[in-house]
Write a protein of this length. Structure first.
Length: 110
Protein backbone atom coordinates (compact mmCIF):
# COMPACT_ATOMS: atom_id res chain seq x y z
CA UNK A 1 0.00 0.00 0.00
CA UNK A 2 1.29 3.47 -0.81
CA UNK A 3 2.35 5.91 1.89
CA UNK A 4 -0.71 6.99 3.85
CA UNK A 5 -1.18 10.72 4.39
CA UNK A 6 -2.75 11.97 7.60
CA UNK A 7 -5.53 13.56 5.55
CA UNK A 8 -6.61 10.09 4.40
CA UNK A 9 -7.45 9.12 7.98
CA UNK A 10 -10.58 10.13 9.80
CA UNK A 11 -10.16 12.31 12.87
CA UNK A 12 -11.09 9.30 15.01
CA UNK A 13 -8.38 7.18 13.38
CA UNK A 14 -5.80 9.94 13.93
CA UNK A 15 -6.87 10.19 17.57
CA UNK A 16 -6.44 6.41 17.93
CA UNK A 17 -2.95 6.73 16.48
CA UNK A 18 -2.07 9.47 18.99
CA UNK A 19 -3.36 7.37 21.90
CA UNK A 20 -1.43 4.30 20.77
CA UNK A 21 1.74 6.37 20.28
CA UNK A 22 1.43 7.72 23.81
CA UNK A 23 0.95 4.30 25.39
CA UNK A 24 3.07 1.21 25.87
CA UNK A 25 1.48 -1.52 23.74
CA UNK A 26 -2.09 -0.77 24.82
CA UNK A 27 -4.87 -3.30 24.41
CA UNK A 28 -8.03 -2.38 22.55
CA UNK A 29 -9.83 -1.90 25.86
CA UNK A 30 -7.09 0.39 27.16
CA UNK A 31 -7.37 2.46 23.99
CA UNK A 32 -11.18 2.54 24.34
CA UNK A 33 -10.98 3.77 27.95
CA UNK A 34 -8.49 6.48 27.02
CA UNK A 35 -10.60 7.64 24.07
CA UNK A 36 -13.75 7.72 26.20
CA UNK A 37 -12.17 10.46 28.30
CA UNK A 38 -12.72 12.71 25.26
CA UNK A 39 -15.45 10.96 23.23
CA UNK A 40 -18.83 10.03 24.72
CA UNK A 41 -18.95 6.37 23.78
CA UNK A 42 -16.51 4.24 21.84
CA UNK A 43 -18.18 0.93 21.13
CA UNK A 44 -16.67 -2.28 19.80
CA UNK A 45 -18.21 -1.74 16.36
CA UNK A 46 -16.44 1.58 15.99
CA UNK A 47 -13.13 0.87 17.71
CA UNK A 48 -11.91 -2.38 16.18
CA UNK A 49 -12.70 -1.68 12.51
CA UNK A 50 -10.82 1.62 12.82
CA UNK A 51 -7.87 -0.08 14.51
CA UNK A 52 -7.83 -2.57 11.62
CA UNK A 53 -7.66 0.32 9.12
CA UNK A 54 -4.55 1.57 10.92
CA UNK A 55 -3.06 -1.93 10.75
CA UNK A 56 -3.93 -2.24 7.04
CA UNK A 57 -2.20 1.10 6.34
CA UNK A 58 0.89 -0.21 8.21
CA UNK A 59 0.67 2.63 10.71
CA UNK A 60 0.09 0.25 13.62
CA UNK A 61 1.17 -3.32 14.30
CA UNK A 62 -1.11 -5.67 16.16
CA UNK A 63 0.43 -8.24 18.47
CA UNK A 64 -0.80 -10.61 21.13
CA UNK A 65 -0.38 -10.26 24.89
CA UNK A 66 -2.13 -13.61 25.37
CA UNK A 67 -4.81 -15.70 23.65
CA UNK A 68 -7.53 -13.18 24.43
CA UNK A 69 -5.79 -9.81 24.40
CA UNK A 70 -4.18 -8.03 21.48
CA UNK A 71 -1.93 -5.02 21.76
CA UNK A 72 -1.24 -2.23 19.32
CA UNK A 73 2.02 -0.43 18.62
CA UNK A 74 2.78 2.46 16.26
CA UNK A 75 5.15 1.59 13.40
CA UNK A 76 7.89 3.83 12.01
CA UNK A 77 5.46 4.87 9.26
CA UNK A 78 2.90 5.77 11.91
CA UNK A 79 5.46 7.80 13.85
CA UNK A 80 6.49 9.61 10.67
CA UNK A 81 2.85 10.37 9.85
CA UNK A 82 2.33 11.85 13.34
CA UNK A 83 5.53 13.89 13.09
CA UNK A 84 4.52 15.25 9.68
CA UNK A 85 1.02 16.01 10.95
CA UNK A 86 2.34 17.88 14.00
CA UNK A 87 4.65 19.96 11.80
CA UNK A 88 1.76 20.78 9.49
CA UNK A 89 -0.52 21.73 12.40
CA UNK A 90 2.15 23.81 14.13
CA UNK A 91 2.59 26.08 11.12
CA UNK A 92 -1.01 27.18 11.65
CA UNK A 93 -1.33 27.17 15.43
CA UNK A 94 2.14 28.02 16.72
CA UNK A 95 1.06 31.59 17.55
CA UNK A 96 -1.84 30.23 19.59
CA UNK A 97 0.43 27.82 21.43
CA UNK A 98 2.95 30.56 22.23
CA UNK A 99 0.18 32.86 23.50
CA UNK A 100 -1.16 30.03 25.64
CA UNK A 101 2.30 29.47 27.16
CA UNK A 102 2.57 33.17 27.98
CA UNK A 103 -0.88 33.07 29.61
CA UNK A 104 0.08 30.01 31.66
CA UNK A 105 3.34 31.63 32.79
CA UNK A 106 1.60 34.83 33.87
CA UNK A 107 -1.15 32.88 35.65
CA UNK A 108 1.36 30.86 37.67
CA UNK A 109 3.25 33.97 38.75
CA UNK A 110 0.11 35.61 40.18
Amino acid sequence: MSQTQSFELTGFQRDLLYVIAGSDQPSGQTIRREMEQYVDTVNHGRLYPNLEVLVEHSLVEKGSHDQRTNYYEVTESGEQLLTDRLKWENQYVSDLLEADQVNLASSSSD
